[in-house]
Design a protein around this ligand. Structure first.
Ligand SMILES: O=C[C@H](O)COP(=O)(O)O
Length: 329
C-alpha cells in the first residue's frame, strides 16, 4: 500500500471535541420527531451494494475500522486470562509484519469493553497503551435491577478505572412514552459517570418502532449522552442499517441545533469486514468525515477484528488464512 493512502485514510491526527453538556428536555422537539419506516428501509436496502472501495483504499479503510472497534467480551464464562488475551490483541490487533507491509505502525483498537468484574484486569493489562476500558453497566443487559444499584454500579466501574461506561436505558420508559423518566434516568447515569464518557445503549430491538428509536436517541442526547449505541448484543435483533440511519440522523439533527457532536456505536452482530465498510460509508455519507474517528464512532464487536485481519492478510499475501488463526476478536 502507498504510504500516502495509509496516512490519508488510516492514520489520523488527534482532534478534541467538547463533551455534550446536555440541555433541558424539549418535549415539543421530541414529540415532533417522526420516522418514515418504509423510506428508511428502502434507503437502508440500497446501502450494502452502493459503495465499494477496492485494494489499497479498502485496506486503509479496514485499518481505520480497527481503530474504531470496542473489542468486546461479555460472556458469563469470561476469565481474567481471557481478558488479558483480549487486551494483548487490543494493543496489537494486526501482526507487525502485515502492518508493516501496509505502511503503518502503532495501530490499536478504540477500547476494550467488558463487564464490571473484569475492569481491573483490563485496566492492568492495558496500562501504558492509552487504550481505554469501557464497562457495560446499570444492570446490563436488561437494566432491571434497582435504580440505586444501577447508579452505584457506574461509580464502582469508574473507581476501578473504566474511562467509558456503556449504560442500558429502561426500555419501558420508551415503550410507555415517558420521556421525562428516560431523561431523568439518563441524567443521573451521566452524573454518576463523572469524567468517564457515557454511551447510552438503547436496545433498539426492544423499542418497537423506528420512531421510538429516534425519540429515545434524542432524549438521551438531551440528557448528556456522549455516544448513543444500538444494542447490547443480547437482544434478538441487534445493530441494523435502518436503525443506524435513524440514530445517525438524530445525531445530525442534534448537531445542527446545538453544535454538539455525539458519537455513534452500532453493536451486536457486526462480524464481517464488508459490513464494517458499509457502516463507514454510511457515516461518511450522513455525518461526514469528522465522525469517522474513534472519538465519535465505534463498532461494538467481539468477532469483527478476526475477519478484518483475514482480509488484510489476503490483501498483503494474496492468500486467506484459516479462521481459527484469528480466533480472538
Ligand atoms: O457491544 C458489543 C456487543 O455485545 C458485541 O456483540 P457481538 O458479540 O455480536 O459482536
Amino acid at each position: 500500500m502507498t504510504t500516502a493512502t495509509t496516512e490519508r485514510i488510516a492514520q489520523l491526527p488527534q482532534v478534541s471535541e467538547p463533551r455534550n453538556p446536555g440541555m433541558a428536555l424539549d418535549l415539543d422537539w421530541v414529540r415532533g420527531v417522526q420516522a418514515n419506516t418504509s423510506a428508511i428501509e428502502r434507503r437502508a436496502a440500497t446501502l450494502p451494494g452502493r459503495r465499494s472501495v477496492k485494494k489499497d483504499y479498502q485496506a486503509a479503510w479496514l485499518l481505520r475500522a480497527i481503530s474504531c472497534i470496542d473489542l468486546t467480551t461479555l460472556s458469563g464464562d469470561d476469565t481474567v486470562q481471557r481478558v488479558r488475551r483480549l487486551c494483548a490483541k487490543a494493543r496489537q490487533p494486526v501482526s507487525p509484519e502485515i502492518l508493516a507491509a501496509l505502511g503503518m505502525e502503532g495501530l490499536t483498537v478504540g477500547a476494550v469493553c467488558v463487564y464490571h468484574d473484569m475492569v481491573a484486569a483490563a485496566v492492568e493489562a492495558l496500562e501504558g497503551s492509552g487504550i481505554p476500558v469501557a464497562a457495560v453497566s446499570t444492570g446490563f443487559p436488561a437494566g432491571l435491577s434497582p435504580f440505586h444499584l444501577r447508579v452505584a454500579e457506574i461509580g464502582e466501574s469508574v473507581k476501578a478505572g473504566a474511562q467509558e461506561i456503556d449504560i442500558v436505558i429502561s426500555r419501558r420508559h420508551v415503550l410507555g412514552g415517558d420521556w421525562q423518566a428516560l431523561y431523568e434516568e439518563m441524567r443521573a447515569f451521566r452524573e454518576a459517570c463523572g469524567p468517564a464518557h457515557v454511551k447510552a445503549i438503547l436496545a433498539t430491538g426492544e423499542l418497537g418502532t423506528l420512531r421510538n428509536v429516534a425519540r429515545a436517541s434524542l432524549v438521551c442526547m438531551m440528557a448528556g449522552a456522549d455516544f448513543i449505541k444500538t444494542s447490547t448484543g443480547k437482544e434478538s435483533v441487534n445493530a441494523t442499517l435502518p436503525v443506524s440511519l435513524v440514530m445517525i440522523r438524530a445525531i445530525r439533527d442534534y448537531h445542527e441545533r446545538t453544535g454538539i457532536r455525539i458519537g455513534y456505536k452500532p453493536a451486536g452482530g457486526i462480524s464481517k469486514a464488508k459490513d464494517a465498510l458499509v457502516y463507514l460509508g454510511l457515516i461518511k455519507d450522513e455525518l461526514g468525515d469528522r465522525w469517522l474517528r474513534p472519538d465519535l464512532f465505534r463498532f461494538g464487536a467481539s468477532s469483527l477484528l478476526g475477519d478484518i485481519e483475514r482480509q488484510l492478510e489476503h490483501h498483503v499475501t494474496g492468500a486467506y488464512s484459516a479462521g481459527y488463526r484469528h480466533a480472538m476478536g
